[in-house]
Design a binder for this molecule. Structure first.
Ligand SMILES: C[S@@+](CC[C@H](N)C(=O)[O-])C[C@H]1O[C@@H](n2cnc3c(N)ncnc32)[C@H](O)[C@@H]1O
Length: 213
């Protein structure tokens, strides 16, 4: 971690963050933590927080949660949050699967975002990819009816995997015939910039949570 990221952990973590492994058992009191009831958006794997900070700033009406396992990334995101004086962003350090399984109630999230998850490009590593049927079923169950799951990736075969997995989940409906048009509000990150330079096309996918089980 850089000195700045370390300082952000010391200074901002007590106010902005919680460790998933240390959460009390049962559902997280999100409204209590934010000090208000508002639609809750969960971003999974916020990385260095480039997108997260900008989107939280652009959506002040939303309670924005980011979950990430990478400490330096969370430190960087806290630096960005301090700079932008964000008060609608909270950070969770740990595994999204544990968070969703044990601390997020069913039918509650207004949106889930998974932008550029680790691609695990080698075939023998594909099983490590986050977007798998069981994980997407878990995500779908935590979305409120009408809530949106938004994914993006610059790896063609991962985009195909996302499309297949999400299309097969009975609780989700693709809002588009296949790929969603790239939303202008999603910031171009260094990852996407590099993909563009290397000739890889980034794909967005937007699925809506259906109400019936
Ligand atoms: C390739 S990075 C993308 C970061 C960011 N979304 C972006 O677009 O720049 C993927 C991130 O997902 C995080 N991640 C992977 N599995 C996770 C999990 N189970 N729970 C939380 N974060 C996870 C990694 O630590 C990594 O920072």
């Amino acid at each position: 971690m850089t000195v700045g990221q370390q300082r952000a952990w010391e200074h901002s973590w007590p106010r902005l963050g919680r460790k998933v492994a240390e959460l009390p058992s049962g559902p997280l009191d999100i409204a209590g933590w934010f000090g208000r009831s508002a639609p809750v958006l969960l971003e999974i794997g916020s990385g260095m927080g480039e997108t997260t900070a900008q989107l939280a700033a652009a959506e002040p009406e939303v309670n924005y949660l980011a979950v990430e396992v990478y400490e330096a990334g969370l430190g960087q995101l806290m630096l960005r949050a301090e700079k932008l004086a964000l008060d609608n962003l909270r950070l969770l350090h740990g595994d999204a699967v544990l968070l969703l399984s044990h601390h997020i109630e069913r039918d509650t999230l207004s949106g889930v975002r998974i932008f550029f998850p680790d691609p695990w490009p080698k075939k023998r590593h594909h099983k490590r990819r986050l977007v798998q049927p069981e994980f997407i079923a878990l995500v779908a169950s935590r979305l409120a009816p009408g809530g949106m799951l938004h994914l993006a990736t610059d790896w063609a075969d991962y985009a195909e995997q996302m499309l297949t997995v999400c299309s097969a989940e009975p609780l989700l409906r693709n809002r588009f015939p296949d790929w969603a048009p790239r939303p202008g509000w999603r910031p171009v990150t260094k990852f996407e910039q590099r993909a563009n330079e290397e000739g890889r096309v980034s794909r967005d996918l937007i699925f809506e949570r259906l109400s019936s089980r």
